[in-house]
Design a protein around this ligand. Structure first.
Ligand SMILES: NC(=O)c1ccc[n+]([C@@H]2O[C@H](COP(=O)([O-])OP(=O)(O)OC[C@H]3O[C@@H](n4cnc5c(N)ncnc54)[C@H](OP(=O)(O)O)[C@@H]3O)[C@@H](O)[C@H]2O)c1
Length: 270
């Protein structure tokens, strides 16, 4: 039996939703909410064990067709894979969630690592948005979510290139939101602040936070994004982040914002 706690998105965009980086963190939260809404799911991630286990769990719990698509999204052959997925499944909702963040001084990170970040955070987002989005446009119906970041609103010291890639996703979604209005295809950028997932824990950022840096769980971030799709071009998902990111990026001069961010990150890194 399909779950009855509906967001109402399956009726608009079903049958299939494709979520990247679905095995963990915010992607897993998106997949779980979409399963409860009745979507059949394509869960894309590079690690087979957790992704297959999640597909089996969501398929059994919600009576949906949930499949694990094991794939490194940073590989150059992504467009061929995306064409194959589009030919096999009617994908009405795309969640571009997978992303990597490297926290270090810009020149301490190798150029290869910066390029790998670009391949996943920007190139893969472009490839999937183009190929899956074009099929949605030809059907006159679809939804595209790009998971950006609050750092994409302003840029960020020690996350310089990561924040730049998140600015790319933010601006791609906002442009599409406007260009596609009235076409039946809706786009949304979601800009979370600090969210309690493995990279944040691994980077040691969740400990000893200044009072003005709120931490949210992945479930409310995903739920807020799904509720906002079709209503606005971009979303900072929680009130706490709207206060912090909004106050920082809208009210203060950018130089002040960047100085506060720099001091905060240096304090958090100890
Ligand atoms: N957490 C935050 O504070 C925060 C804040 C703002 C924005 N975001 C954005 O939210 C999104 C999700 O972040 P998260 O914190 O939930 O991350 P996460 O817990 O690391 O989950 C990301 C998932 O994507 C997978 N992945 C990474 N690279 C991949 C690749 N090349 N191909 C396929 N799958 C890949 C990861 O697999 P592996 O386990 O193999 O790495 C992991 O399962 C990212 O775009 C991130 O930039 C996060």
């Amino acid at each position: 039996m399909r779950d009855t706690a509906k967001l109402g998105l399956h009726a608009r965009y079903g049958p299939y939703a494709l979520v990247t980086g679905a095995a963990r963190g915010i992607g897993r939260a998106f997949a779980t909410h979409l399963a409860a809404d009745g979507f059949d799911l394509l869960l894309v991630d590079r690690e087979a064990g957790d992704t297959i286990a999640l597909a089996e769990e969501l398929g059994a719990d919600h009576g949906i067709d949930a499949r694990a698509l094991i794939c490194d999204l940073a590989e150059p052959n992504l467009s061929a894979k995306a064409e194959e997925w589009v030919s096999r499944y009617e994908i009405g909702l795309l969640v571009n969630n997978a992303g990597i963040s490297l926290l270090d001084p810009f020149f301490d990170i190798s150029l290869d690592a910066h390029l790998a970040t670009l391949d996943l955070n920007c190139r893969a987002t472009l490839v999937l948005t183009y190929i899956l989005g074009k099929a949605m446009a030809s059907r006159g119906s679809g939804g595209i979510i790009i998971v950006s970041s609050a750092s994409g609103l302003s840029g960020s010291p020690y996350f310089c290139h990561y924040a730049a890639t998140k600015g790319y996703g933010l601006n791609l979604a906002c442009g599409l939101w406007s260009e596609l209005r009235g076409s039946g295809v809706e786009a949304l950028a979601v800009c979370p602040g600090m969210t309690d997932t493995k990279p944040v824990q691994d980077q040691g950022l969740a400990a000893d936070l200044p009072f003005y840096v709120p931490v949210t769980g992945p479930e409310p971030v995903a739920l807020a994004a799904l509720r906002a799709l079709g209503k606005k071009p971009a979303l900072v998902p929680t009130w706490a982040d709207r206060m912090s990111a909004g106050l920082l990026s809208k009210l203060l001069p950018r130089a002040w914002t960047l100085s506060i961010m720099k001091r905060s990150i240096e304090k958090m890194r100890g």
